[in-house]
Design a protein around this ligand. Sequence first.
Ligand code: FNR
Length: 360
Amino acid sequence: MTEDLLPTLAAYEEAARAALSPRLAAYFLAGAGAETTLAANQEAFGQVSVIPRHLRDLRGGTAQARVGNLRLSHPLIVAPFAYQTLLTPEGEIATAKAAAAQGALMTLSAQSATLMEDVRANGPSCLWFQLYWQTTREATLALCQRAAWAGFQALVLTIDAPVNGVRDAEIESGFALPNGARAVNLTDQPQPNFAPLGEGESAIFDRIAHIVPIWKDIEWLLDNAPLPIYLKGILHPDDAALAMKAGAAGVIVSNHGGRVLDCAIASLRALPAIRQAVGPNAMVLMDGGIRRGVDIFKAIALGADAVMVGRPVIHGLAVAGAAGAAHVLRLLQDEFEIAMMLAGCRTLADISPECVHLNW
Ligand code: FNR
């Protein structure tokens, strides 16, 4: 262990809060509005208890997970998050090295401050690219094609943020993107060309709504994209069913880490109904509020095939760059395997709803 490494996940969180300036803490750690959803994501995990089974034969057990056609050594995926050079000079390259060292799949944010081709060159063998809908179908498809050429294996289309959430903490801290942190992969993308607002018109409904995708656009993209696409930000079981019917590779149950619609349902709470709606064979991932290995266990028990983690990786990067992010991923994996053994589960298939009691 290098000197910067800390003993526990909680210690990384505390040290990251101390290390980041108030403005950066507002951007990376806070949530939208009154932070109801940010808090609810974690509280939901606290309301699930594990009912362990003992004295089972666990020899030959494994935390291996299958996500699409990928076999992963554990069900832990790095969530896409923007502008990582604000956390550590190497930015997304640091995260890529950490993910590679820990055999984790990484999802690169569309708002990466590092070129996708450079991350690919330094990255883990499993790398996904996240994007938002661009101003047109063609511009969105072009971004998907670039990610395919760069060697990314799948795409994550985030659909829960057609407009930014109201982030009180950022507004109060005066956060603005510093020079040098830019979404470098999007510089060639066309920008919306809005006419001035007329009398009584709404910026939301008369402007932005015209460039926000609807199911027809998603169906078109799913038909034309060169890579499988996961839809991220699904919280309603009917939307999950529509996504699978439209041909998505899977759904990611998420509320964007509580950064978009405050008071949106906690991801873990939304998960069981979504698994029910899409059936046992659809790929269902989830994120939001995972802070410990046992949380991964609970998410899998309630229907997830794998999970994404955002803030814990942010904590690791803020404290000790690539080494910190790698250590956080390692701690989560180790804790997850310990939870599996203590609960009497040999493989992910053993982690079923019967392993948990819901106190909600
Ligand atoms: C995000 N998230 C996000 N999601 C996305 O699809 N594209 C993005 O660019 C970003 N950017 C981003 C920045 C920051 C600072 C945070 C904290 C989050 C959401 C992210 O992928 C994920 O859904 C949440 O972080 C999961 O919740 P936890 O693990 O942070 O609780």
